[in-house]
Design a protein around this ligand. Sequence first.
Ligand code: M6R
Length: 609
Amino acid sequence: MCGIVGYVGHRQAERVLVGGLRKLEYRGYDSAGLATISEGRVEVRRAVGKLDNLETLLDAEPLSGSVGMGHTRWATHGRPSERNAHPHRAGDVVVIHNGIIENYVQLREELAAAGCVLCSDTDTEVIGHLIEGGRKSGKSLADATRGAIARLRGSFAIVVISSGEPDRLIAAKNATPVVVGLGQGENLVASDIPALLDYTRDVLFLEDGEMAEVTADSVRLSTFDGRVVERAARRITWDPVTAQKGGYKHFLLKEIHEQPTAIIDTLRGRLDQDAASVTLGELEGLEKDIAALEHVTIVACGTAWHAALIGRYAIERLVRLPVDVDYGSEYRYRDPIIDSRTLMIVVSQSGETADTLAAVEAAHERGAKVLAVCNVLDSSIARKADYVLYTHAGPEISVASTKAFTTQLAAFYLLAVWMGRRRGALAAAEEARYVQALAELPLLVEGALKEEEAIARVARQLSGVSDVLYLGRGVNFPVALEGALKLKEISYIHAEGYPSGEMKHGPIALIDEQMPVVVIIPTDEVYEKTLSNLKEVESRGGRILSVTDDADAELARISEWVVPVPRTDSLLMPMILAVPLQLLAYYVAVERGSDVDQPRNLAKSVTVE
Ligand code: M6R
């Protein structure tokens, strides 16, 4: 993971770099660091923890100079500490890195045997020493970097500066993103576009195997083997939306409450209520291939994977195509059987998740087309996919996904209706019924939010528990998974999601008077089956929290708590049922005093595998 930014120009680099890091902190916040070149010397400042700590250090010990680099770290190799924070220095060379160098142990041993003193536990530090070695043998910074890269195995986006060539920086990319910003008398590099937009809208995206040699007045792209690359700049026309907490205590709570609006934004322009149809203009190119499709594969990670599981229900039911769903991290190491008759759908809020991105490449290698359900405009996945269905959820700042999830569901429902009609699997009357039901969803989500106070009271009673089991059936099993993930990641309570019917195959052994069981139990076709599973919990003394659209007398009797939600078509219920679970996780986390928006050990965007 990690965020990187570099600057060469006429301004004080420190301010530009810190501003850039602010926009990249979602990529990691274990430590942050800056290096600039001033009066022929490289100066480095690093601090453990969030960027605020580095800023405090810079207030006391500012950096001057107009060439520099900045880094915000999500620790992979070496625990979060000042010595493991980037930038890493090796002689007159300084380097920052996002990615993982897989052969670093061998390189460390080799460098140590040659007399190098390695000062950190990171994989990154070897890069600096390899470059320094090249410099000592008389190579330019660019050629020494090229030489070092030839020794590396793994993923990397790196930026290198050296007091020996104080007017430039070198950036290189393999499997993690680097974008170059082209300014007037200044140029920048960064992991992501928003870090550049205060200075320029003209950008060049590096491809894998390419590097950029950047001065204030020039940018030279070349491949790792030295061939010059000519590429036209792209103009970024969208504006980054600066998210504020808007009176909420945390971004997470704000984003939970933004869901009705975010869902409206996903549906906007795509539901034609007069014609009672779904219109997806951005998928026009896909339309002609739909009839020939034989299979859909959906790949995603984390919360997006839960959305994908619900997407499978929607596509199987409305499109009548077989669908399989896989984790990005698993898919890339299988030998998947896909070809041009398969549509791969990748789901990613950030559009930068390394494992999901790798699935796109695997699909393309096998001749399959890729449709991305994505939130971030012009992100790596959006750029690589053949078609993009943007969710338009707006910036999601909190590490825990909420509005990204519900808008991904909205996108799947739209897609399934649209594809179903085009494959002849869905009748016009059914399309009309779904159009109406989809249009009502934002209001129903609003209705679910009204239970906030009651949920906060339940959270106070649950905040001391150490384990929670979440149960759901059918299309709501993924909702159970998502509820459990939310609780785990922000409250640090162990939680597991299970299909209700699977409980008696193992997890039932966990149930006793201490064990809360959260059950997602709408009055759908499997209501009674889930109720039977709950009776099994009740007989073992488990404490039941039911989330339902209608608690009958029996459910009310066996539940210690009941959270009511509005009702809609059973396929669409996950979107409504997820909301109380988000609120529950939030209020439990607040009770426990955790860092709700930036929970420990996590990062918003997982750019390493
Ligand atoms: O940006 P992506 O949607 O690709 O991210 C995938 C996961 O890393 C993400 O959903 C993660 O699980 C969230 N922290 C969950 O709240």
